[in-house]
Design a protein around this ligand. Structure first.
Ligand SMILES: NC(=O)c1ccc[n+]([C@@H]2O[C@H](COP(=O)([O-])OP(=O)(O)OC[C@H]3O[C@@H](n4cnc5c(N)ncnc54)[C@H](OP(=O)(O)O)[C@@H]3O)[C@@H](O)[C@H]2O)c1
Length: 210
């Protein structure tokens, strides 16, 4: 497969943000390794990825799961960059928070270990979340890198998506600490709410009564 500008890994290729990153990387001339969870029944339609412009020549799809951090190794090999977007999103609280948090942290650290051992990797972009920042006992108009959500408040008050907030807060801290300890170039992004407007409009349209 042609390398173009270099090979970049995007975890969570089936996700909203991951798939947009893949599209942009392919358009910009990068070769992309992406990860999706194994689909034994083979019902998952990934044609929205394989049909992207340049995908035939430059997109490789690997199976990997955060529950098995080493499963990401093959996708990271030979890459110059990793965008780690995959994360458990369990707003309905189907699993206990500590399991979701452990999977999020162990998965991220496993990916970072593969990056540390790589001879080609230059930078890791980790997608955190505003939920790692805004749950605090004080309200501020402006927040910076020194602000973190208080996981004790999340665990006690249990607001909507609280376990996701705990997992994203503790995972970003663990990711930054790993970067410091091992001299890995890691950038964390803290998006607030990234949304497909057409999805929101079609959702809202269900409430319109003619
Ligand atoms: N969208 C937002 O508003 C927003 C805001 C702030 C931060 N973020 C962050 O941005 C990143 C991407 O979010 P998104 O909105 O694109 O979410 P998404 O569409 O739900 O995508 C999540 C991705 O993670 C994968 N995933 C979940 N559990 C996994 C596991 N155990 N092993 C491997 N992959 C797993 C999913 O794979 P499957 O398809 O197999 O489920 C999917 O590809 C996340 O880190 C999220 O915290 C998003």
């Amino acid at each position: 497969m042609e390398e173009g500008k270099g090979r970049v890994c995007v975890t969570g290729g089936t996700g909203f943000i991951g798939s947009w990153i893949i599209k942009r990387l392919l358009e910009d001339g990068y070769t992309v390794n992406t990860t999706v969870r194994a689909d034994p029944g083979q019902n998952k339609d990934v044609s929205f990825l394989t049909n992207l412009p340049n995908a035939t020549q430059k997109l490789n799809i690997f199976n990997a799961d955060l529950s098995n951090p080493k499963s990401f190794n093959a996708a990271i090999e030979g890459c110059i960059g990793v965008f780690h977007t995959a994360t458990p999103i369990d707003f309905e609280l189907e699993e206990p928070e500590e399991i979701v948090t452990k999977r999020t942290i162990d998965g991220a650290l496993g990916i970072l270990k593969a990056c540390k051992n790589s001879k080609t990797l230059k930078r890791v972009i980790y997608t955190s979340s505003a939920s790692a920042v805004y749950t605090q006992d004080k309200e501020e108009d402006t927040m910076d890198e020194s602000y973190w959500s208080d996981v004790n408040i999340l665990r006690t008050l249990k607001p909507f998506a609280w376990s996701y907030g705990v997992s994203k807060t503790l995972a970003e801290k663990a990711v930054l600490e790993f970067g410091e300890q091992h001299g890995l170039d890691i950038v964390t992004l803290v998006p607030p709410f990234v949304v497909d407007l057409s999805f929101v409009l079609s959702y809202l349209a269900r409430f319109i009564v003619y």
